[in-house]
Ligand binder design. Sequence first.
Ligand SMILES: NC(=O)c1ccc[n+]([C@@H]2O[C@H](COP(=O)([O-])OP(=O)(O)OC[C@H]3O[C@@H](n4cnc5c(N)ncnc54)[C@H](OP(=O)(O)O)[C@@H]3O)[C@@H](O)[C@H]2O)c1
Length: 345
Amino acid sequence: MELVELGKSGVMVPVMGTGTMLWTPGGSISEKTIMETYGACIDNGLNFFDTAEIYGNGSSERVLGKCIKQDGRPVLIATKFAPPSPMNPLTQKRSTVSKDSPKALLEALNDSLRRLGVDRIDLYQIHMPPSKNTIADYMDVMAEAVRAGKVRSVGVCNFNEIQIREAHSALAKHGIPLASAMVGYNLLRRWPETNGTFAACKELRVSVIPYAPLAEGVLTGKYRAKGKRVPLSYKAALYFGHLDITKDRQDSKSLIQRILSKPLELDGKRLEPLFLAMDAIAAAHGKTLAQVAINWLLTNEDVNVIPIPGMKNIRQVNDNLGALSWKLTKEERNRIDIAEMESRG
Ligand SMILES: NC(=O)c1ccc[n+]([C@@H]2O[C@H](COP(=O)([O-])OP(=O)(O)OC[C@H]3O[C@@H](n4cnc5c(N)ncnc54)[C@H](OP(=O)(O)O)[C@@H]3O)[C@@H](O)[C@H]2O)c1
């Protein structure tokens, strides 16, 4: 497995990780299937897993901890701390001092370490920007966690350009590089390329970790089949992104116009030009659409992109593995870009 450095942190990870947001036993996947999927990942060198304290209210970390213990082979773990918020049930469980303070991070970190059954986290990320202007305060506490040996590298998620720069300079005061910025990014969700996120990551040498790299499975093309519908939970996530509450898209449409329109991901007719271009490229390489979509992320030359597709079974692991060890040509990337513009209209 080819390895890459997370930013300038010195931490090396496989070029592709595994997203475990839905690894919550009792949800859409059983514990047995999670264990099998985990084993298939590790067998193939995919030993970098992304989780978060809030996934399944701690259960994704818990089941990952169980897999790590039972399997015994070395892994790299990325997890996330969600700043105090009434929306986060784990906040309510924390001690009084932690309820609304950056120190909550240290308590949350200890809880994550316990659930995962590990001594340190390879990449500890702040899941979303804190509500008040306290990014620097949180990064000071992150630095404390690094100095304590509990965290190897630090990342941010859902931060905009200004917030990425602020986190970077706050950590730099402690001599710690910002390793990664996680943002929603895929073939149909291109705005990090133009809203300053990529520019900041390139300049500061921060790795980009795209979430929803397959647009919740839409980019695999499986919903093109007659009668196959995008599940409601994915639809909700896609609609929420489409509303652009955080204004990351710099969309010229008003909120009302966005509410009344369909996300591109759910508009089969508009997606077809893109799928047809991907079909031709996939056929030329003997690849699947999922493999083309992930390879498109991996072959970005501007920034170091480390996709973490969610994988729910051995078949998906094997399919997504086929995205590695080959490269779309520049000309093929251009063809995909043109088709994507046509789909966007
Ligand atoms: N930081 C954040 O705010 C944030 C937000 C969202 C996600 N994340 C992270 O990013 C990871 C990935 O994002 P995501 O899971 O939302 O979206 P995704 O990777 O775009 O989609 C994953 C889903 O697509 C389907 N799939 C995957 N590979 C497939 C294949 N080869 N063929 C057919 N279907 C396939 C599976 O669902 P089905 O089998 O149900 O179709 C899988 O759960 C998450 O697991 C999580 O770790 C972070």
